[in-house]
Write a protein that binds this ligand. Structure first.
Ligand code: COA
Length: 154
């Protein structure tokens, strides 16, 4: 568990996911156009518990991030979402930094992710964190939208 001051001066706690957190994770997920669901996140958690982080404010979970390890030995940001009431306060950026630290400790050299072509806000965040566009996957999301693939050297 770490207490973090975000780049916007907002104080949060970042810690590993625990089972009772899943209800809040599902609520936050529902506010987004991510394609995940609670069952999928729990499966990924079992695969690599260290990769599932939550951010808390005043004892309430306000954001989560699911990172997995790919068969190629890279990190992959599988999901990142901040409760809509708490966006724009540096929480997403702080969770990404926390994931980079975890991956570096594991001597992982790269991190990849997929993001909706229309999701300019997330793309801007990822570019500012050192991600570059490396590809495009048509029809990636259930609604038919394509994904931009991005990668960063850790
Ligand atoms: C994308 C998301 C995780 C960003 O989290 P956040 O905590 O709001 O982002 P931060 O406050 O850390 O902002 C980081 C950067 O994102 C970009 N950003 C955030 N909000 C923005 C907005 N309203 N307009 C434009 N850019 C924005 C900016 O580049 C910002 O950096 P800056 O403020 O220094 O310019 C959040 O908007 C979210 O949960 N969205 C819905 C789910 C989603 O799209 N997840 C990503 C899927 S790949």
């Amino acid at each position: 568990m770490v207490h973090v001051r975000t780049t916007k001066g907002f104080m949060i706690t970042i810690r590993n996911f625990e089972m009772p957190d899943i209800r809040r994770v599902a609520e936050i997920e529902e506010q987004t156009s991510l394609d995940g669901d609670a069952g999928m996140y729990l499966d990924l958690y079992e695969g690599w518990p260290e990769g599932f982080l939550v951010a808390e404010k005043g004892g309430e979970i306000i954001a989560f991030e699911v990172v997995v390890l790919t068969p190629e030995g890279e990190g992959r940001i599988f999901a990142l979402a901040v409760d809509s009431r708490y966006r724009g306060r540096g929480v997403g950026r702080a969770l990404l930094k926390a994931a980079f630290s975890t991956l570096r400790r594991r001597k992982i050299g790269y991190v990849v992710l997929e993001v909706r072509v229309s999701n300019q806000i997330a793309q801007r965040l990822y570019r500012s964190m050192g991600f570059f566009e490396i590809g495009f996957i048509p029809l990636y999301y259930k609604d038919g939208e394509g994904a931009m693939v991005m990668r960063k050297v850790l």
